[in-house]
Write a protein that binds this ligand. Structure first.
Ligand code: NAP
Ligand code: GCO
Length: 265
């Protein structure tokens, strides 16, 4: 086997919401594999923060302000990227939010906002890049799903509904566009230490670990929270030619948590 199959040389990758966190780590890995990196975030402050962080790592990037829920803005951004950088070979739908609110206390507007960013936006971004991928004869779309694509828990009804839908959107893009040599797969991170999960890891007033932190570590065979680095190899694999016959698959990168019933208390 030629290991060049894992290379992203010559490829243009757009990672949404990648000023920091998981998206930033994926962009870092794609750069190391040879890709040209494009990222967006929701405002100039975050894009500037991202540009500074990438520069500190010596990673040349193209950064743009774009709210991925705004279809006109996304369509315009893709045209700008095509003019300024080139046709997008790899899309990573990473931008996402979570709101942890008991369902009966959550407003419909709050529910809609989570679904808009976590599910509607991946549809909007994929719809914007697929036509050029068809013309080019290949494309890779990676949707950042979640363990909540499979499991529920208290207070995350909107997020679980969105991420469950994102799993099926992934399978449907595979079904509809696989014949054009477009592979659409998902990555389902387990519990990863990023700003999004910081509230679940906060030290208690007495200095003890957060109960949820202790719960997750006990529930994970790897006995630790994941890091964004844990997602880099799987992301490069799904973005590369090495995965050209993998389609509609959700690759769970969770330390084994989905396979494990949990330690006896
Ligand atoms: P994060 O630290 O909150 O970063 C998400 C990024 O997306 C932020 O830069 C955020 O900007 C941006 N964003 C939010 N709404 C946007 C919009 N409308 N347009 C453009 N950008 C937008 O999250 P993360 O932990 O890196 O997670 C990244 C992805 O992985 C998300 O889809 C998340 O659901 C998923 N995930 C995370 C975990 C985990 O344990 N961390 C596990 C499974 C899946 P703001 O800073 O303004 O919000
Ligand atoms: C939560 C967490 C999870 C993780 C991730 C797990 O509140 O349960 O935020 O949802 O972010 O999605 O895969």
């Amino acid at each position: 086997m030629d290991m060049k199959a894992f290379s992203l040389e010559g490829k243009i990758a757009w990672i949404t919401g990648a000023s920091y966190g998981i998206g930033f780590a994926i962009a870092e890995a794609f750069h190391a594999a040879g890709a040209t990196i494009v990222f967006n975030d929701i405002n100039q402050e975050l894009v500037d923060r991202g540009l500074k962080s990438y520069a500190e790592k010596g990673i040349p990037v193209h950064g743009y302000v774009c709210d991925v829920t705004d279809e006109d803005a996304v369509q315009a951004l893709v045209k700008t990227i095509e003019a300024e950088v080139g046709v997008i070979d790899i899309l990573v739908n990473n931008a996402g939010i979570i709101r942890r609110i008991p369902m009966t206390e959550m407003s419909a507007a709050e529910f809609r906002k989570v679904v808009d960013i976590d599910l509607n936006a991946p549809f909007i971004c994929a719809k914007a890049v697929i036509p050029a991928m068809i013309k080019k004869g290949h494309g890779k779309i990676i949707n950042i799903c979640s363990m909540m694509s499979e499991l529920g828990r208290e207070t995350v009804s909107a997020y679980a509904a969105a991420k469950g839908g994102l799993k099926m959107l992934t399978r449907n893009i595979c079904s509809e566009y696989g014949e054009f040599n477009i592979q659409c797969n998902g990555i389902g991170p387990g519990y990863i230490a990023t700003p999004q999960t910081a509230p679940l890891r906060e030290r208690q007033p007495d200095g003890s670990r957060h109960p949820f932190d202790q719960f997750i570590v006990a529930k994970t065979p790897a006995a630790r929270w994941g890091t964004t680095d844990d997602l880099q190899g799987p992301a490069v694999f799904l973005a590369s030619d090495a995965s050209n016959f993998v389609n509609g698959h959700i690759l769970y990168v969770d330390g084994g948590i989905l396979a494990y019933i949990g330690k006896q208390p």
